[in-house]
Every structure is written in structure tokens, then in C-alpha cells.
Design a protein. Structure first.
Length: 226
């Protein structure tokens, strides 16, 4: 049995991966979703002080409270920064595999703002214009999306605890089926790195809407192939 911890991207709570978690459990694994502070059913906690460190701490708190080890951490989009920081700061043996799904892969001192495109930088600033800290979601058919804390997009990550050295497997899932993706450069860079396994899916950025079966197959086959 494998333990999966799934972290959603911007503007989304743990609900985004609820069905994925159910299907992983049906396959005999343990699966938990994370709702970062200020999102989903925690939207009432949004404030100017909620930042990337807050969301990293959300994941670390779950690992500690559930006494989890040997975990597969899965992050979508913005959550690539979150799972990177959590894996770096987690106790030895807590995280063994990282799965980035159309996600940012930061180095020390980089932020989502640094890694994204001008299109999304404008979206962040314009979306937070009303109060200065709540980035309103882009248009979406899902009423569950909520404002995202601007500071989490702006804060530069600190990677100094050496926890990433303990990660045994790194997967990158590139979703090629949408215009304006800021992740092509990331995909191409990692494709030439033997430490990474890169998977290409013809899917929009909303992977659980557009390619749930293919994504789930990568999670499960990747785990069995270790």
C-alpha cells in the first residue's frame, strides 16, 4: 500500500482531488487531500499574511498529524512550489516520491511570480486589485474556486533543509493541450535530466477534468515501477 498526499493548484481546495483520492483508495492505497489555508472550505482564513510558507506548513502539519512516512506527494500547478518546500523540510523518510502535474519546479530563491509568464503576473495583480491580497479566480465553470492569497504567489521559496536529497523518484506530467502554458520550458529542461521521469498528456491544464484516467495511470504505474 502506498500513501498519496494530493495538493491542488491555485484557487482550489482539497475538493479538486477528492475523486482521485477515492479512486486511489479503491485501488488499495491510502490517499489524503490538502486544502491550503485560505482556499476551499478554509477561504474564511484568507488574509495578507497567508503565504507560501503557510501552505508548506499545511502539508507538513498533515504529515505530522497522520504520522505519515514514505509518502508520494502530488502537486498541481502552483502546488509544485508547495510540495517542493514540504519535501525539503520534511523529516527524513517522510517523502519518497514527488509528482509534479503541469507544475512549477522551483530552485532556492524562486517564486511562482518568477517562474510564471507575464500573462499570469498580470492576472495575479489585476485579480488582487480590490483588496491587495486576494487574487480573484479566473473565469471558471466550477463555483467552488475561491480567491487565492497573493503573497503565496510572490514569496520566494527557501530550500535549505536538504530534505529533497531523500526523495527517490521525481515525475513530471506535462499537459500539452492548452494555449499559453508556462510549463513547456520546464518540461523540456527536465526531459534531459536522468533524475526525472517526464510524461506527456494531450490535456488541458485541468487534468482531472480532461485526463483523469491517464493521470491516475501515471500515479499508479509510476509507483509500481519503482
Amino acid at each position: 500500500m502506498t500513501t498519496f498526499v494530493l495538493v491542488p493548484g491555485g484557487w482550489r481546495g482539497g475538493w479538486y482531488f477528492s475523486e482521485a483520492a477515492e479512486r486511489l483508495r479503491a485501488a488499495g492505497h491510502r490517499a489524503l487531500t490538502v486544502t491550503p489555508t485560505a482556499l476551499g472550505d478554509r477561504a474564511h482564513l484568507n488574509s495578507a499574511s497567508v503565504n507560501l510558507d503557510t501552505h508548506i506548513d499545511d502539508v507538513l502539519a498533515l504529515l505530522a498529524a497522520e504520522q505519515l512516512s514514505d509518502v508520494v506527494l502530488v502537486g498541481h500547478s502552483y502546488a509544485g512550489l508547495v510540495i517542493t518546500g514540504a519535501a525539503d523540510r520534511a523529516p527524513s523518510g517522510a517523502v519518497r516520491r514527488l509528482v509534479y502535474c503541469d507544475a512549477y519546479v522551483p530552485e532556492d530563491g524562486q517564486s511562482c511570480w518568477d517562474l510564471t509568464s507575464d500573462r499570469y503576473r498580470s492576472l495575479f495583480l489585476e485579480g488582487a486589485a480590490a483588496d491587495g491580497y486576494s487574487v480573484q479566480p479566473p473565469s471558471s465553470d466550477d463555483p467552488r474556486v475561491t480567491a487565492h492569497p497573493l503573497a503565496s504567489f510572490l514569496q520566494r521559496i527557501r530550500l535549505d533543509a536538504d530534505g529533497l536529497r531523500n526523495v527517490k523518484v521525481r515525475d513530471y506530467v506535462y499537459l500539452s493541450g492548452w494555449d499559453g502554458t508556462p510549463f513547456t520550458t520546464v518540461r523540456n529542461r527536465l526531459a534531459g535530466d536522468p533524475a526525472w521521469r517526464v510524461h506527456d498528456l494531450d490535456s488541458g491544464h485541468d487534468v482531472w477534468r480532461d485526463a483523469p484516467d491517464e493521470f491516475l495511470e501515471i500515479l499508479l504505474q509510476g509507483d509500481q515501477g519503482e
